[in-house]
Design a protein around this ligand. Structure first.
Ligand code: NAG
Ligand code: NAG
Ligand code: ZN
Length: 448
């Protein structure tokens, strides 16, 4: 404990340097509604001779967003004009690159911190430690392995009573710059253990949450390079480090939507599971894969619920209707909070398929309900830098979606021995799910 306090005070005292400078970089926005334009951006690699950093897309406006290196701006513009592509290019939001102010931390990390700001990895771990001390019967911390730089990949097991209950597995932040995902995972842990209303659900379903699957990358994004996405592996004789851990899973590894070049943002690694973070996660999941019935990887941004397969296009698992149905119930639960719309769509049928992603791999291991959720926002200007005053709403929305998945897993695979009171939140979501089943494709509208 003393050691921890000592380490903590050093961390707090640390003075952060400047972020990596992105002056002159641009955000490129292209509307791809026109099939000719869609084909052009899908073949960006061929058209430009390199693949620009794809940030995300706005499914409502059918816009794709890319981060353009300042040395490539002129070349990209020339190519777009030559191909008669209408586009917008804008400066990046300077807010993103402001050095994060440090709070004067004198006490424990509380749910208020989770709701209001982005935490350091050490703060996240401190929060987990205090939760596990506060709820020793409900929360167990499990070390899955170490990151490349030696940080612990920690899983939080909730409602693990040694029984054979089905498991819903949630992991967050494999892409370092997608900061909101970490807060969503921590909020989930806190809320589900601290509110008695979820007892009943936890009696039937166990939850495993890995709130930070890429701690090295996250710390690097927080303190050095805000746009960092990959792990922090170093390679000999290379000027670039890190691999895209979400292209490093051992299922159709290295085939589509990846790069084998170490400097690429979507570098898939030298081989499947080359990244220690991915190895730790896959090993842990495989140890209990027959019990895991739900899997969600939390990412940002774009407000989408993605279902497999993602490694190629127009290819779906045989039970895809079930995945869509539950995906839509999750989207409705989100919308019921404050009318935020999430799109339920196949992972591979967007602009770019991506092989070696965790949701595909989880599905390939037999985990029935496997998804990737792209959290808020939907627009590129804010993108990965969701303002801190919007953290709480995104957490509350995602919580509802995860609860819907847990309830579905409970009703399909759960040990049935409990009764729920009609007014409990889980009963309400259960009702929502039932209604979704009967209203199929119709929109749900605002919740009550
Ligand atoms: C360029 O695109 C515009 C709008 O998409 C279209 O009206 C025009 O015909 C195109 N011109 C050429 C030369 O393809
Ligand atoms: C709901 O969303 C609106 C914007 O659409 C926002 O202004 C408002 O603060 C949100 N309400 C809550 C309770 O989060
Ligand atoms: Zn991501």
């Amino acid at each position: 404990m003393l050691f921890r306090l000592l380490v903590l005070s050093i961390v707090i005292g640390e003075v952060l340097g400047e972020y990596k400078n992105y002056d002159g970089f641009k955000i490129l926005e292209v509307n791809f509604e026109n099939p000719r334009v869609k084909k052009y951006v899908q073949e960006f690699d061929k058209n430009l001779g390199f693949m620009p950093d794809f940030l995300g897309e706005n499914w409502k406006k059918k816009q794709a967003h890319y981060f353009i290196n300042k040395d490539s701006v002129e070349k990209v513009k020339t190519n777009l004009v030559a191909n008669n592509i209408t586009y917008q290019m804008r400066d990046v939001n300077p807010q993103i690159f402001k050095v994060r102010r440090r709070r004067d931390l004198n006490g424990a990390i509380t749910i208020n911190d989770i709701n209001n700001r982005y935490l350091s990895y050490d703060e996240q771990m401190q929060f987990l430690n205090s939760i596990s001390q506060q709820y020793p019967n409900d929360v167990k911390l499990q070390k899955l392995g170490n990151s490349f730089e030696g940080r612990s990949i920690t899983a939080v097991r909730i409602g693990d009573d040694g029984s054979n209950k089905p498991i819903v597995w949630i992991d967050a932040g494999i892409h370092a710059r997608e900061w909101i995902s970490y807060n969503v995972a921590l909020y989930l842990i806190y809320t589900i253990v601290s509110q008695p209303a979820y007892r009943d659900l936890l009696n039937s379903v166990q939850l495993v949450v890995v709130p930070n699957t890429n701690p090295d990358g996250y710390e690097f994004s927080r303190t050095v390079d805000r746009m960092w996405r990959k792990t922090r592996s170093r390679f000999t004789n290379s000027r670039c480090g890190g691999a895209d851990a979400n292209r490093n899973y051992p299922f159709f590894w290295g085939t589509q939507g990846v790069s084998h070049s170490q400097c690429s943002e979507v570098y898939c690694g030298a081989r499947p599971q080359s990244e220690p973070e991915v190895l730790a996660l896959t090993n842990a999941i495989q140890r209990e894969e027959t019990r895991i019935k739900g899997y969600i990887a939390l990412h940002s941004y774009g407000q989408e619920i993605l279902y497999p397969w993602g490694h190629t296009q127009r290819t779906y698992p045989s039970d895809v209707e079930d995945l869509i149905k539950v995906g839509r119930a999750m989207a409705s639960a989100i919308q019921a909070v404050n009318n935020t719309e999430y799109n339920v769509v196949n992972s591979g049928d967007g602009l770019y398929p991506a092989a070696g992603a965790s949701d595909d791999w989880a599905k390939s291991r037999g985990i029935k309900y496997s998804y990737t959720i792209e959290l808020s926002p939907i627009d590129d200007y804010i993108g990965f830098s969701l303002p801190e005053d919007r953290i709480n709403q995104v957490c509350r929305e995602a919580f509802q979606a995860i609860q819907v998945l847990m309830i579905e897993v409970k009703s399909k695979f759960g040990i049935k021995h409990s009764t729920s009171s009609v007014s409990s939140p889980s009963a309400q979501s259960s009702l929502l799910l039932k209604r979704m089943r009967t209203t199929a494709n119709r929109g749900f509208g605002r919740g009550k």
